[in-house]
Design a protein around this ligand. Sequence first.
Ligand code: NAD
Length: 252
Amino acid sequence: GNRLAGKVAVVTGAGSGFGEAIAKKYAFEGAAVVCVDMNEKAAARVAGEIGGEKCISFKADVSNFKDWEALIKKCKEELGGIDILVNNAGTSHKNKPTLEVTEDEFDRVFAVNVKSIFHSVHAVMPLLIEQNRGGSIINTSSIGAHRPRPGLSWYNASKSAVTNVTKSLAAEYGPKGIRVNAILPLMAATGLIETFMGMENTEENRAKFVGNVPMGRLCTPEDVAKAALFLASDDSSFITGQQLEVDGGRGI
Ligand code: NAD
């Protein structure tokens, strides 16, 4: 495909799960892709699997502004800027009673899931404005932002901060032609599933969970990557501030 031909895309958390699938989908559609992850080896593996000159890996902790500065410098100097940013890296405390979540766990969840977006905006928005060629920012939230359940209180709170700021940013930067949308996936069998299940990650427990999903299965990285392609491409040219639930109907 060539739906993203000529575009430069930065995908965070690209070393695993949704981010890996998004990076691969974008590269397949012709974008130059920067695979960002704090796990250097994982990011390098994905960039290697994509191959070609147009894909690079970059080690960064998204909760650290210095890493964002270095990343943006690289995009500017070596890739001709940036068109698409996917704020996908995220973390969670374990699924457990709220009173058992420690302050350190809370701080880490908000640093990685929310403060990272603060940093990304400070790093990327001035460049998008200066380039004057639009842009698409996609934030990975979670269906938990709309449908919070017991056990993931602060993770879900962090993800509703993500969807909320997505709307503010969309309203503020729409006049510059910069679109900002969120994707809200249902649970998927990625690196985070052990953290989310809160019970043993067995076939039986997963079956219980999907029993409440109208489409009768977990989400997959491919489901999320297809939504992320839509929101990155010109197919969604007049769509901004949206919260796209990729959840097989669970949020209804
Ligand atoms: P994953 O664990 O498979 O991948 C996450 C990647 O992000 C990992 O490679 C990890 O090294 C990287 N990462 C974590 N913290 C980072 C940091 N501070 N800086 C840079 N990289 C960092 O998990 P996933 O399910 O693919 O998660 C992707 C996003 O999807 C997260 O924001 C997560 O909250 C969200 N999400 C996941 C699910 C699910 O069930 N898997 C559901 C809804 C939303």
